[in-house]
Ligand binder design. Sequence first.
Ligand SMILES: [Zn+2]
Length: 239
Amino acid sequence: MEIFNAQPGTLDDGYDCPLCLNRGDSMILTDDGEIRCAPCPCMAKRKSIRYIQRSGLSELLTRYTLDSWKCREPWQKNLLETALRYARNPEGWMYLAGRPGTGKTHICTAVCGLLMDKGLETRYMLWRDVSVKAKALVNDYDRYEELLQPLIESPVLYIDDFFKAGKGKEPTEADVSFAFQLLNNRYNDSRKLTLISSELPLETVLDIDESVGSRIYQRTEGRYMNLTHYANWRLGDMT
Ligand SMILES: [Zn+2]
């Protein structure tokens, strides 16, 4: 058992695991005294890294951490505390509303990084890209399901820029219908963690569609932060 566990593996995806030496599994002694080969917790993290690399969030993950979050104002401190609480004891959903530059993406990305460190499989979606794709596939059942199912099933999902439509445009009925399918399915499994950042306060989402808004509202108790009245500072540095 020790000999197996001391042998370095060949996994080579940028993550260096001290537990399994990049083999992906380890021999363990079970409670019944049996020796068994068990997958290493780093495998979930490796999976998330692959999804995140495909989605383009990987560069942000190294830049946006809670350590690099600057607390100049009380609301920023408050936001950090909420994020830390959520990352330590992840339960339910988190919704951050604010204008570009308030740091919603920074905070949500940092929390995703911490959840991935806990071994939770995490997916990222930029709302506008995925909703455009979904609307184009609405008559192609198989490919629509192929797009939607992994987003429904992922233990952690970060939806960036939720309900973002074109400039001056409102989300369409098709956007609302896609949002409902995605969020209602995640809502029905209370273990699912969902992080949402948006320019729209939840009150506006409720006005657009009550069934979508109320589901978010119920899952985010205490973790809905409306930052829309805070200034858009250091634009370009944070979004
Ligand atoms: Zn490992």
